[in-house]
Design a protein around this ligand. Structure first.
Ligand code: ATP
Ligand code: MG
Length: 746
């Protein structure tokens, strides 16, 4: 038999090839940024399929973002000469767990059409429980409890397995409310994000037969970005990999940036212990960045004590130095970056004209995005935001989706509550309370309770007619949605043993797009905004149209809602040529020819909150984030900072961040705005030596001097420099930093 072509192998270096060709048993690829870990992982999948070791759907491949999964599918598809769509088990932990959980929902007390709640819903639910527990919400805010519970779920602790050491959490009420919360979720037939994994871990632990089935099924398990797995994800993987022990993990301890969310870098460090006989591959050649960029990244990460320590090298020559630029304030920074982007587009920054697709702005905190969005909107520069406040978080979109949710899932009380009186239907607080009481007493959903109360004549006035109409509408919409939904469930429960390409037996009477339009019209929701005279109303109507348009790429409403729930957590897909703005956290694994890293200021980056909460550990994680940021750049890397910044309406004067201090001067070019505008380099006149890290570094000073600085922050910094070591953070700055939601990727 003639050997099949293996084009993917020819593109690899010997170390990568070794990792790809050793198909059986545990393999760990532990290597620095841009060394081709993801590339090798992708080639390995192609090789598994090509050599007949596994069929595409017998491979479980976990990536960090939906975008990464899409890219990997495309690449594997490209290598093999057919579409990657047969890779049914390639996706994020969450996306894969949703699929699994739909099949086994009843094992954890849910139905297979469960809803996935977003953080807003979660908080609303917790607020009710906190109030019912008699706690003062001001002192015990739901956001805090949401974090506590999320942290527990990240460790796969259910209310039953919660260690006694956690008993004091949330004023001693945490454990009890957690239990009630899980109970409520079951009643609502809903899950939060943490549940998706935790429930699957529970199911695998308690149901040997289910686990055994997947042991048989998943012959090969592959994981990218392994350094950022949390305990629940780790347990889930370990349970699944016990079958064939064919697990291949790749990662980089220097890029572990999700510690604040429960990720354990220890998972990657103990891989060899967990999987005895593991073959470890190390890669050192970087293929992504110029030598200057690589040197800058290496110098910054060298500041961390707790690391394995890896040397990276590149064959690439020349390239531009990292560009450093100080600004008066955040708006000025945004303006300048906008100009640099346009200069890159025109091709006046070397290397010829560049597409917007080749450029990205990576911010530490999502509030930084506003200045850029405003600027780019005003100059008409197309951009997309990944990981910030997004389309699907807008009020009208959430309202519309709440209608869709009630149609697909009548037990979804949170969605029902959101829209029962939107538009106004004469349902006051009192009426809503009655509905809630009735629902509790009869253990039924709010929708069902409304129906009962209407039947018993207990809802009067305007509400009576309006609600009766709404109930009838829901019946009708559900009737229209039903056939499609049924066929979806049947497909979802298919045992995967063979692919079913047959036509569904029933077809929908109207498409889900027509249905969505009907829902928005007949409910009076569209009319509500048409009548609204506020300046935002036209924009909201536009957004509703956009929403209906978005439905086109889905088969039904449920598929769409699931998709939205998942991208709310992660990233989004678009095709038009645009500049990308996203958080550093969301940029993991990605690469761009031109990268802008704004806001390198003390308190913003490194973030004060992470340093306050986690001390040196927090600072080291921030430094890894800086390393991730710089190593995203292939050709050009800009680092900027501002002397003044408006944070939620308050002006703050800022000090340049300490990581600027750690940049190696040989590989950095300090720009001034006039010179940058003319495309000339500022050049160093040598560095003054200001001594230790607690003072302004020569590098920072040069960057500011170059732009003729005279800001309050600079003056204060000079005073501080004269006064000696770094002083404590002022209460004002601390407050501001508390407000800065540094951990932008919710
Ligand atoms: P990160 O740690 O940032 O996730 P990575 O180790 O996963 O990085 P990849 O994204 O796989 O690195 O590869 C970085 C870049 O180098 C990609 O553009 C990839 O195509 C290229 N590359 C990787 N290996 C090779 C190789 N052997 N020859 C040429 N180019 C390569
Ligand atoms: Mg990668």
């Amino acid at each position: 038999m003639a050997a099949r072509p293996t084009p993917y192998l020819d593109e690899l270096n010997p170390a990568q090839r070794e990792a790809v060709e050793r198909l059986d048993g545990p393999v760990l690829m532990l290597a620095g940024a841009g060394t081709g870990k993801t590339k090798a992982l992708t080639a390995r999948i192609a090789h598994l399929i090509n050599t007949g070791r596994a069929r595409p759907d017998e491979i479980l491949a976990v990536t960090f973002t939906n975008k990464a999964a899409r890219e990997m599918k495309n690449r594997v598809g490209g290598y093999l000469g057919h579409g990657g769509d047969s890779m049914r088990w390639m996706g994020t932990f969450h996306a894969i767990c949703v699929k699994l959980l739909r099949r086994y929902a009843e094992l954890v007390g849910l139905k297979s059409n469960f809803s996935i709640l977003d953080t807003d819903d979660v908080k609303r639910l917790l607020r009710q429980l906190i109030e019912a527990a008699g706690l003062d919400r001001k002192r015990w805010p739901e956001r805090e409890l949401a974090n506590v519970i999320d942290a527990w779920k990240n460790r796969a602790w259910t209310p039953e397995t919660l260690p006694s050491g956690e008993a004091s959490a949330f004023n001693g009420m945490g454990a009890a409310i957690y239990k009630q919360y899980q109970q409520r979720l079951r009643e609502l037939n809903a899950c939060d994000f943490g549940d998706l994994l935790m429930h699957m871990v529970t199911i695998f632990q308690k149901h040997d037969d289910v686990l055994a089935q997947y042991h048989r099924w998943f012959r090969y398990v592959l994981v990218d970005e392994y350094q950022d797995t949390n305990v629940a994800q780790y347990l889930w993987l370990r349970l699944l990999a016990q079958g064939h022990k064919n697990i291949c993990c790749v990662g980089d301890d220097d890029q572990s940036i999700y510690g604040w969310r429960g990720a354990e870098v220890g998972n990657i460090l103990k891989f060899e212990k967990d999987f005895p006989g593991a073959h470890v591959v190390r890669l050192e050649q970087n293929y992504r960045s110029t030598p200057h960029i690589l040197a800058a990244a290496s110098a910054v990460i060298a500041g961390n004590e707790n690391r394995l320590g890896k040397e990276l090298w590149t064959e690439r020559k020349d390239g531009e130095k990292v560009r450093l630029m100080g600004h008066w304030d955040g708006d000025e920074e945004a303006r300048w970056i906008g100009e640099e982007i346009e200069a890159n587009q025109r091709g006046t920054r070397g290397a010829g004209p560049r597409s917007l697709e080749d450029m990205a702005i990576l911010v530490r905190a999502s509030h930084q995005m506003r200045a850029f969005e405003d600027r780019f909107l005003s100059i008409g520069l197309p951009y997309r935001v990944i990981g910030g406040p997004r389309f699907y978080e807008r009020m009208e979109i959430r309202d519309a989706m709440a209608y869709f949710r009630v149609v697909t899932q009548p037990d979804d009380d949170l969605a029902f509550e959101r829209i029962v009186n939107t538009p106004k239907r004469g349902v006051g607080d009192k009426a809503l309370q009655n509905i809630q009481v009735c629902a509790r007493q009869n253990s039924v959903s709010l929708l069902e309770a409304t129906r009962l109360l209407l039947g018993a004549g207990e809802i009067k006035g305007k509400g009576k007619g309006e609600l009766t109409k709404l109930m009838d509408s829901f019946d009708r919409w559900r009737g229209l949605a039903q056939p499609g939904r049924v066929s979806q469930v049947v497909e979802d429960q298919d045992d995967d043993l063979f692919e079913d390409f047959s036509e569904p037996e029933t077809t929908t009477q109207v498409s889900h797009i027509e249905l969505a339009e009907a829902i928005l019209d007949e409910s009076g929701y569209t009319a509500m905004w048409q009548k609204d005279k506020t300046p935002e109303a036209p924009g909201r109507l536009e957004n509703l149209k956009e929403l209906v348009k978005a439905l086109e790429s889905f088969e039904n409403l449920q598929g769409f809602l699931e998709h939205v729930a998942l991208i709310m957590e992660n990233d989004s897909a678009e095709s038009e040529e645009k500049l990308t703005i996203m958080t550093l956290h969301a940029a993991k694994g990605l690469e761009y020819p031109v990268v802008f890293l704004p806001g390198w200021e003390e308190g913003l980056f490194p973030s004060q909150r992470s340093m306050d909460e986690s001390g040196v550990k927090g600072l080291e994680e921030e430094r890894r984030l800086a390393y991730v940021g710089i190593t995203r750049a292939e050709e050009l890397c800009y680092i900027t900072f501002a002397g003044n910044r408006r944070v939620y309406g308050q002006w703050q004067s800022q000090l340049p961040g300490r990581f600027i201090d750690e940049l190696p001067e040989l590989h950095v070019e300090v720009l001034s705005s006039a010179e940058a505008g003319m495309g000339r380099s500022a050049g160093f006149g040598g560095f003054d030596d200001f001594g230790g890290r607690s003072t302004v570094s020569a590098m920072q000073k040069r960057a500011m001097d170059a732009d003729g600085w005279d800001t309050p922050g600079y003056k204060r910094m000079q005073a501080r420099q004269a006064a000696g070591p770094r002083t404590a953070v002022t209460p004002k700055r601390k407050r501001a930093n508390m407000m800065v939601d540094g951990d932008a990727q919710e």
